[in-house]
Design a protein around this ligand. Structure first.
Ligand code: ARG
Length: 577
């Protein structure tokens, strides 16, 4: 149930009934509780158009709009705003329906095919904190899109190709000669990369060998490809361990690395040349982009082939767009990387549109994110200044949560506590990231993210277990609980309106690819629930049978919303903690 849609439709009908076609229907949330929940702001513009007084137009709209079932009060305010107060009977009826509906009355969207390109680590190195953001934000957005009924195709555009593999393969080749197995040699990719780099920079002849390897690799030399495949397989296993710990939905079949586009790059270049989009410039093949000129009027230069014949990251992205359009039939593409790549994707889109690789109606959306900073406001690093491996970070989260959980009073067994700690620890790291505005930098701080107060995973997980324990005490099954609900108190009213707005929140996350909107929402749900629970006791002896079952209904709806919301964010809930 999407309140915004329903109200908009009713106002559109009213305006039409007044004989006005295609008028905009601006509707927003009210900013103050005494203004009701929603506000229709269309009277002012219509008044201008019709040369009448805004308040008169508002009066006419009121006379025409049919909202008796939904609103307890409609009032004109200020220059001609119409404030809408939602009716308790309507909210009550919704609660009963929502309790019976496993989808909580969420309206499915018209299904689109959406490609989501996320995580996409570079396999030359271990996954680091920079890939945390792409992986979990991307996965949360994927879940929202699927929940709303879209056909989502995950694409893990792994960096498994390129010149740095020359150096790595040369080093691996030498290591394997001295009989070390690949798994052992590559058990720590970070160390391995560092060793190879030291040799590349210092050892006579090594850099040349590394370059030879690149040529052989690109030429499809079988022995070289075999070595490369060994490296890639082990590196993918490292990533998969992280995905498992992180509880994200990426599987091997979602990998479509840069290497998979390699055979098609020559075709892309030929096609761009044939279409006259690409020109030669100082031996390289480039596209000039006058739409993105600098202040001297020089167009941006987008290189698709280097003078030596090598292809680039950009060429691969053009091939990816073509593949996604022709083979995957993508109508919308979302790509999650940090904001330093914003320019690249803007240019890529322009070139792809010139080449006709993207239909006009298809969107190509780079969804940038900011950096993860330490408490010193600098990029998040170890004390000695090294990048932090994602896998170490997640282990630390679980260890810290174990300490936290062991300090709490609880009747759980040691094993159950371990399970709780893992869920709380991983949940805290993911939630801390997801809850920040995607596009800005944020400070990674263990203490705040593991706090049971504030907008954190532990707070929400705890709120959920609280409802669970209410149901245990009531000896009722929450998941199948049905009740006739009667919304009466202000706290109940506010809570139910918030619960109903879940649909609007999902829609916003779908549109903007911003999971933090969902986090803020869930935090508000939990806070309104606590307020309701304090003012409207559920299990106290003085509460009537009727009130108790109605309030249990609200408890169940709250918990179900929290659970679905957290699950969508990729965060598990607990039965008790
Ligand atoms: N591998 C890249 C990186 O780590 C991200 C790739 C994003 N996707 C793409 N189609 N370019 O920065």
């Amino acid at each position: 149930m999407n309140i915004h849609h329903l109200l908009s439709a009713r106002f559109a009908q009213a305006v039409q009934a007044m004989g006005i076609q295609d008028a905009p229907i601006p509707l927003s949330r009210s900013t103050r509780p005494d203004f009701g929940e929603y506000q229709f702001n269309g009277a002012m513009a219509l008044a201008k158009q019709l040369k009448q007084k805004p308040r008169d137009i508002a009066e006419q709209i009121l006379a025409n709009v049919k909202l008796d079932d939904v609103a307890s009060k409609l009032e004109i305010a200020g220059p001609g705003f119409i404030n809408i107060h939602l009716k308790n009977e309507w909210l009550s009826a919704w609660c009963e329906r929502a309790l019976q509906d496993s989808k909580l009355t969420i309206e499915p969207h018209e299904s689109k095919t959406i490609v989501v390109d996320y995580s996409s680590p570079n396999l030359a190195k271990e996954m680091h904190v920079g890939h945390l953001r792409s992986t979990i934000i991307g996965d949360a957005v994927v879940n929202v899109l699927e929940y709303l009924g879209h056909h989502v195709i995950r694409q893990n555009h792994m960096g498994d190709w390129g010149t740095q593999f020359g150096m790595l393969l040369a080093h691996l080749n030498d290591k394997l000669k001295s009989s070390s197995v690949a798994e052992t040699a590559l058990s720590d990719l970070e160390d391995f990369y560092r060793e190879a780099k030291v040799r590349f920079d210092n050892e006579a002849g090594f850099a040349d060998r590394a370059r030879d390897y690149v040529v052989q690799l690109q030429g499809g030399d079988a022995a070289c490809l075999k070595l490369w495949q060994q490296f890639i397989d082990i590196s993918i296993q490292h990533s998969e361990e992280v995905y498992k710990k992180l509880n994200v939905s990426l599987k091997r079949e979602h990998i479509m690395g840069e290497s998979s586009y390699n055979p098609d790059l020559v075709n892309v270049l030929a096609d761009l040349t044939e279409k006259g989009i690409v020109v030669e410039d100082q031996g390289a093949k480039v596209v000039f982009i006058p739409e993105m000129s600098n202040k001297d009027g020089d167009p941006a230069v987008y290189i698709v082939q280097k003078s030596g014949g090598g292809y680039l990251y950009a060429t691969t992205d053009l091939a990816a767009i073509r593949y996604r359009a022709n083979q995957l039939h993508a109508q919308r593409t979302l790509i999650f990387t940090d904001n330093r790549q914003a320019l690249h994707f803007k240019q890529t889109e322009i070139v792809a549109r010139k080449a006709g690789y993207l239909a006009e109606s298809d969107s190509y959306e780079h969804c940038p994110f900011g950096m993860m900073l330490g408490k010193d406001n600098k990029p998040f690093k170890t004390r000695s200044g090294e990048t932090i491996k994602l896998s170490d970070l997640l282990d630390e989260a679980i260890e810290r949560a174990e300490v936290l959980i062991s300090q709490r009073e609880s009747s759980l067994s040691a094993d159950a506590k371990k399970q709780v700690a893992a869920t709380v620890g991983i949940g805290a790291v993911k939630y801390a990231d997801l809850s920040k505005n995607r596009t800005t930098d944020y400070i990674f701080d263990w203490d705040t993210m593991l706090s049971f107060e504030g907008n954190t995973a532990p707070y929400l997980q705890y709120a959920y277990t609280r409802v669970k324990s209410i149901f245990r005490n009531a000896k009722q099954d929450m998941d199948t609980y049905q009740a006739s609900v009667s919304v009466a108190s202000v706290q109940e009213h506010d809570l139910v309106v918030k619960l109903m707005q879940f649909d609007e929140v999902l829609e916003a996350v779908c549109k903007e690819a911003t999971p933090h909107i969902m986090c803020t929402y869930l935090y508000e749900v939990a806070s309104l629930f606590m307020r309701f629970y304090e003012a409207n006791p559920v299990l106290k002896p003085q509460v009537s049978e009727e009130d108790r079952s109605s309030r249990l209904g609200l408890c169940a709806l709250t918990a179900k919303t929290l659970k679905v919301g957290l699950e969508i964010l990729g965060i598990d809930t607990l039965e008790a903690m």
